[in-house]
Design a protein around this ligand. Structure first.
Ligand SMILES: Cc1ncc(C[n+]2csc(CCOP(=O)(O)OP(=O)(O)O)c2C)c(N)n1
Ligand SMILES: [Mg+2]
Length: 788
């Protein structure tokens, strides 16, 4: 526990004003949810939902922060279930409308959980999948330093990165991965405020847990403020018998404390008297109190005392920029009829309870959304409390969402001459990036904005040459000891504030969280970053929730996953990815590609760097391979490669069959095609560069046609020369379902090849034979397809 902070008293009028804010937020958040569930017409009979208890729990914390502590440049991840409190705060600041709030969880209304893309620019970070928003703040602190040290930001003052965190969020493993990574990078300006109501969704949290948590944060170099008791309890502890009361509370199991809170003053009295009735000092404290006053005293936890919270936040501010965790003890549902009940997570006030609550809040029917209704202050005085908050000032005249100019990308990226040589896509990805890293000519500006990162696979995904040129980022300059000692190594990894690679530990969720932060910098700090993250393709699954989370927020980055598929032959089943092409197709705001040859890769890399900066662009994913292929000498149509496919050998008109390949299985497809052509000279050979883009384009065109706009998609055009009932044999080093749908485009018959079982160690001939991907299997599939 910290030494008591020097008292920084709030002026009494300000404190009473903030208590009115608390009251208003409690009402508005509860009313929003009640209105959505019990007042608004319900067309489908589904429960709308909302979390009145989760909101009530954190109202004092949010009041203290938003109305006294936060500065406009601070960025906040709000715990998902406190979304209604967040919107109510914005209503008070004039940045939200009651119409939208009345539409909570309805289309066009505010989202259930704060969303950057749907709820507008006031939301700094989307939240919903617990733990991720919390961890994101730590990575954003790192990136805030990065963009400042690289002088890429808009020059606004640096802010705190703050997470308002439910205590159960600390069960998520990604929190600890992020804590460790943050420690390695010596992050600063991060605050995590834990709403320690000791309740999760199902139950009350085990008592023994929190001793551990405090120690964990301290071990990671964090400052910890444990805010257990509010001022009233602190005062009671000072009195004779107060130490007994304190010991009793400290020893009280979480579940009993919750149950007594729910039962109220009489139950508190019974419990205290039965355990401590002979303690004269204690009797002197509790006997004069009415039941309501006693309940009020016992619920006066640190996280419900605005005055104490503000003082603690100020103290932490004065302590400096060390990462700080505040464990704010609270009661879930504080101030509501089900306060403390273990089942209150999704509990909602009944109509009768709401009537009683409305009366207590003095809200007249028809005035539910009026800001000044039911307060002990005039509207003007209340407005003055709001205006006094530093956060009432806008970050910029345009608001909280910044923007950054687009960095021009040269039409053609520099790359080593490949035609006629053997190369893998992974190898040439590294080579192209290293060429950009020279920073010559048109690549000068481009190279400055690229930032790379990788979870301990920098070398093995071939980022090494780029890192050698651009250095590793660290706030402090650290020499490369091996280099200084003149020991031979291909990697020259000096670390400095100007480095452009952020080296991460293995945890893949951290990769996607830092990509999310990097990919949002244009909106958060006005810095245009072109983030590129590399990872082994199968381990995209390990970080998948964080990847989806990054895309959900519309973060802009390039994911390069390599190596992929069975073609990684000897590495075996756990390293051979099957499902990733399907993930790429199903993830929104993520354009996924799988080039086969270097010329396609160069087009797609260039496209990706451009696309991820466009207002209607998205993140980009390139799935690469280590299989070396003989490179063709040819000229490609970039538009076709970007749209998802191009004919290597166009089919004759009305051809009965075509072969389509994606990725490193091209040689097998090409060899099978040569044999096929002997029997069916008009057969075609199609190179697929993106099942995802083809599919997306197909859906888009169909939607446009349904809306009466003539539109033909790239895949429809590609397949048009084939006979209506033609066969299409497809092959990729990934789950064949990624291609099965092609048959639906024009009613052609698809025979999809590719592994649908876990792989194993082997060489390519054995594995391709075993999993039906060799020349023979392709020809068998062609024969089957031709026979119908
Ligand atoms: C990754 C994930 N798993 C499960 C859930 C479902 N869920 C929502 S809230 C919650 C418990 C939240 O408890 P806590 O963080 O303590 O919040 P509070 O008590 O403040 O409501 C769970 C399990 C979720 N939103 N995200
Ligand atoms: Mg909780």
């Amino acid at each position: 526990m910290n030494a008591p902070a020097p008292i920084v008293k709030l002026p009494p009028d300000h404190l009473s004003g903030l208590k009115q804010v608390e009251r208003k937020l409690l009402w508005l958040s509860a009313w929003m949810i009640h209105n959505a569930n019990h007042v608004r017409p319900n067309r489908d009979g589904l429960k709308v939902g909302g979390h009145q208890a989760s909101c009530a729990s954190i109202i004092s914390v949010m009041t203290a922060l938003y109305f006294s502590i936060l500065k406009p440049q601070d960025r906040v991840a709000v715990k998902p279930h406190a979304g209604p409190v967040f919107h109510a705060i914005n209503l008070l600041f004039g940045r939200q409308t009651s119409d939208k709030m009345a539409g909570l969880r309805q289309m066009g209304g505010v989202q259930s959980y704060p969303s950057r893309t749907k709820d507008g620019p006031e939301v700094d970070f989307s939240t919903g999948s617990v733990g991720l928003g919390v961890a994101l703040t730590s990575f954003n602190a790192l990136m805030q330093d990065y963009v400042r040290l690289h002088e890429l930001d808009a020059g606004l003052p640096p802010g705190r990165q703050i997470a308002l965190c439910g205590d159960a969020e600390l069960d998520e493993g990604n929190i600890y991965e992020a804590l460790l990574e943050g420690w390695k990078h010596d992050v600063r300006n991060v605050w995590w405020v834990i709403d320690y109501n000791r309740q999760s969704l199902d139950s009350v949290v085990p008592d023994r847990l929190f001793g551990r948590i405090e120690g964990l944060f301290r071990d990671m170099g964090w400052n910890v403020y444990t805010l257990k008791y509010g001022r009233k309890l602190q005062a009671a502890f000072e009195r004779e018998g107060g130490d007994v009361l304190r010991r009793w509370i400290d020893d009280c199991p979480n579940s009993l404390y919750s149950a007594l809170t729910f039962q109220g003053g009489a139950a508190w009295r019974n419990a205290l008297l039965s355990d401590l009735g002979r303690e004269a000092g204690l009797r002197a404290i509790i006997d004069p109190l009415t039941d309501d006053e006693l309940a009020d005293l016992m619920n006066n936890l640190g996280g419900h005392d605005v005055d104490y919270l503000i003082e603690s936040f100020r103290q932490a501010d004065a302590d400096g920029d060390q990462p700080t965790c505040f464990i704010a003890y609270t009661v879930k549902g504080m101030g509501l009829p089900f306060a403390g009940h273990k089942d209150n997570h999704s509990g909602m006030m009944t109509r009768d309870q709401m009537d009683g609550f409305r009366e207590k809040m003095r809200i007249r029917p028809g005035h539910e959304w009026d800001i000044a209704e039911g307060l002990d202050l005039s509207a003007e005085a209340f407005q003055a409390v709001i205006d006094r908050a530093p956060f009432a000032t806008k970050l910029t005249p345009a608001g909280r969402k910044l923007d950054a100019a687009i960095v021009p990308v040269p039409d053609v990226l520099p790359r080593p001459k490949s035609a006629g040589r053997k190369y893998s896509t992974q190898q040439s990805f590294g080579d192209i990036l290293a060429e950009i890293g020279r920073g010559e000519g048109l690549c000068g500006e481009l190279a400055k904005h690229i930032v790379t990162t990788s979870p301990d696979v920098t070398v093995s995904t071939n980022l090494g040459p780029w890192v050698n040129r651009r250095g590793v980022f660290d706030r402090h300059t650290r020499n490369d000891v091996f280099r200084d000692a003149k020991l031979a190594s291909a990697q020259r990894w000096g670390m400095s504030p100007t480095g452009q690679h952020v080296e991460l530990g293995i945890a893949e969720q951290n990769l996607f969280l830092i990509l999310a932060s990097m990919g949002l910098q244009h909106h958060l700090t006005g810095a245009r970053l072109l983030p590129i993250g590399t990872v082994y393709d199968p381990f995209v699954n390990r970080g998948l929730d964080a990847l989806i989370y990054a895309c959900y927020q519309d973060a802009r980055f390039m994911l390069v996953s390599t190596p992929s598929g069975l073609s990684l032959a000897p590495e075996g089943g756990q390293h051979q990815s099957l499902n990733t092409p399907l993930i790429g197709m199903a993830a929104d705001r993520l354009a996924s590609f799988e080039p086969t040859y270097v010329d396609e890769l160069a087009i797609l890399l260039r496209h990706g760097l451009h696309h991820m900066q466009q207002p209607d662009g998205s993140a980009v994913w390139l799935r690469l391979s280590t299989r070396q292929l003989q490179q063709p000498d040819r000229t490609l149509d970039p538009a076709a490669v970007i749209a998802g496919g191009h004919w290597v050998v166009p089919p004759g008109k009305g051809a009965p069959i075509a072969l389509a390949y994606q990725g490193p299985v091209a040689p097998e497809a090409e060899a099978a095609f040569e044999a096929l052509r002997e029997d069916v000279p008009e057969a075609g050979l199609l190179a697929l560069t993106s099942a995802d883009r083809l599919h997306a384009g197909w859906l888009e065109a169909a939607r446009a046609r349904r809306n009466g706009t003539a539109s033909v998609s790239h895949v429809e055009r590609l397949l048009a020369p084939l006979a209506p009932g033609a066969a299409l044999v497809t092959i990729l080093d990934g789950h064949p379902a990624a291609h099965s749908w092609l048959g639906a485009v024009r009613g052609q018959r698809v025979v999809p090849l590719g592994p649908d079982r876990f792989g194993q160690s082997g060489d390519l001939p054995d594995l391709y034979r075993e999993y039906g991907m060799d020349v023979e299997a392709i020809l068998d599939a062609c024969a089957q397809a031709l026979l119908g």
